[in-house]
Design a protein around this ligand. Sequence first.
Ligand code: ZN
Length: 254
Amino acid sequence: MSKINVTVWNEFRHEQNNEAIRKIYPEGMHKAIAAGIAADDLNIRTATLDEPNCGLPDEVLYSTDVLVWWGHIAHNEVPDELVAKIQRRVLEGMGLIVLHSSHFSKIFRALMGTTCSLRWREVGERERLWNIAPNHPITQGVGQYIELPHVEMYGERFDIPDDGKLIFISWYEGGDVFRSGVTFERGHGKIFYFSPGHESFPIFYDQKILKVIGNAVRWAKSPNFIEITCPCVEALEEIKKDDSFVSVGVVQDV
Ligand code: ZN
């Protein structure tokens, strides 16, 4: 069986600009995620914003089966042309795993068509993510819930479309709740939004969080990429002529 080509993309700014965050992720969150989900069936690359072509030149983007995305303070530095290319690739079948503050990334908002806004608070409270889809491929091996001792709270209302399938619902020590794991389909592509992953907590070392991300990568891999076209086609059967029909686009004499 061929391996799944995974690209873990990270804007990689906090880890370079903030000493405390660099201590948690010395090589960046992308490297921690890549190492944490490493397995024989995955061919994993990493990419960062400051690399040429934002780390996603065509040869990388078009050989990626599933793209994992982490962004926060530099969403606007991702060029619109690249976002359009990624969006098209998702519609053709590329999987997309959207982590934490990437709820406000250009690519997620483009695919959702909503603001993707939410409420937040950073006091390091406890979070419990309840697994409400125990038979879903994404939740295998994580049990009834995932508990994280210190997180940034992301709370409702989360402005995402209603067609998402809920996988995890979060409870927070401070009383808020959140749809913390949601899947979507757009075109031929599968998308998973997963809220844990604030940069100042070591969440991408948590074995259950890594398990979910690894599961999501395998779930999001499409069997095929399907080029999006809009062809005019011949009928398979003969169609009886009907003189009352006038084709749209044919100009009629008045
Ligand atoms: Zn955060």
